[in-house]
Design a protein around this ligand. Structure first.
Ligand SMILES: Nc1ncnc2c1ncn2[C@@H]1O[C@H](COP(=O)(O)OP(=O)(O)OP(=O)(O)O)[C@@H](O)[C@H]1O
Ligand SMILES: [Mg+2]
Length: 329
């Protein structure tokens, strides 16, 4: 399959009173048609800002400073954020499910109204046809009694049901790429798993490419074909999910894997959180940004700049001087 979206060397910064926040600092990734990938990393590593950059939805004081976002061979960053072409692509060709569902739904408009707006705006549906389609969409994402519930307001839906609405809204125009930014963190584990399954089933049926953004490697293991591990605004390791789980080479990836609970864990086995805190993105060290927290660091790590990504086996890239050989378990 051909590549549908390719991000090259993306740099996005926030000019704040405290200093320049390097939220995304040379990020590259790609996704093929119909592929499911995941971007994984701890809170604050730049996942949401990366997604917003792809959609050109970064608000001041944030600014995309550098990079390319190639979608079907067009560099989207050549468009102004409010250019009509960019607005047509956003939502219709590349859709996003945002981290905060309540902030993306308007509390004073019915669910039906909000879902039909997309169809009227992007797909030239009449009001009546749009409402019919909305009921179908709500049924598609498993909202019971859809015909009546189109008239409900967001607060009348549970968190899980609101997320289903968000999925329906994102898929309403049949996008080519869906970016789901941590869509399930506010929900209990069972609901999270159900929604992820629903979403992956739907994108497969609709031939949509899916980017699952999360801090939970365990959650995406079953669904993503490839994984990008992010740290301090960059990818530090990427590869097939199988390879990342079997042969993690970056000590940070290893740490993330050791935080993942498993069904077959013996009782009492402790999960190991990664010691220390993520770096301050205003004062980044010139070395590998993970070095201060890394228990496997060597002299070279203290001396040399952050290493470039190196291909260690086919399709498996890692940015590390040490390159761990340990198994996660
Ligand atoms: N409006 C803003 N002004 C200043 N800094 C910002 C702004 N938005 C984000 N940042 C900073 O950019 C960095 C990346 O933030 P981002 O929201 O992308 O992290 P994330 O990986 O999505 O985290 P989480 O898992 O908590 O959602 C953080 O250090 C954050 O503080
Ligand atoms: Mg986020």
């Amino acid at each position: 399959m051909a590549e549908i979206l390719q991000v090259n060397n993306l740099v996005t910064q926030f000019n704040t009173e405290a200093g320049l926040v390097k939220a995304v600092d040379g990020l590259s990734f790609h996704i093929k048609e119909q592929e499911i990938i995941s971007i994984v990393g701890e809170s604050g590593c730049g996942k949401s800002v990366s997604c917003l950059s792809v959609m050109q939805l970064v608000r001041p004081p944030g600014k995309i400073v550098e990079g390319e976002v190639l979608f079907q061979d067009k560099n989207l960053l050549e468009y102004e954020a409010n250019d009509s072409e960019m607005r047509a692509i956003r939502g219709a060709d590349i859709a996003m499910i945002f981290q905060e569902p309540m902030t993306s739904l308007n509390p004073v408009l019915t669910i039906g109204h909000q879902l039909s707006e997309m169809l009227i705006k992007h797909e030239n549906f009449s009001k009546e046809d749009a409402l019919k389609r909305v009921v179908e969409l709500m049924e598609l994402v498993g909202i019971p009694d859809a015909e009546n519930r189109v008239n409900a307001y967001p607060h009348q839906f549970s968190g899980g049901m609101r997320q289903r609405v968000m999925i329906a809204m994102a898929l309403s125009c049949n996008p080519k790429v869906l970016i789901a930014d941590e869509p399930t963190t506010a929900l209990d584990v069972t609901t999270q798993a159900q929604l992820l399954k629903l979403m992956t089933d739907l994108v497969q049926r609709l031939h949509t490419s899916l980017i699952i953004v999360t801090h939970n490697l365990g959650l995406v293991a079953r669904y993503a074909e490839r994984i990008y591990v992010m740290y301090a605004g960059r990818v530090i390791e990427s590869g097939t999910t199988k390879e990342i789980f079997a042969n993690p080479r970056h000590p940070y990836t290893l740490g993330l894997l050791r935080c993942v609970p498993r069904l077959d864990d013996e009782e009492g086995r402790k999960l190991e959180p990664i010691d220390g805190l993520p770096p301050n993105l205003i004062n980044m060290p010139p070395t590998c940004a993970f070095m201060p927290r890394c228990s496997r660091k060597q002299d070279v790590c203290r001396r040399e700049p952050w290493p470039a990504l190196e291909e260690v086996s086919e399709g498996h890239f890692v940015s590390c001087y040490v390159k761990s050989q340990e198994k996660a378990r």
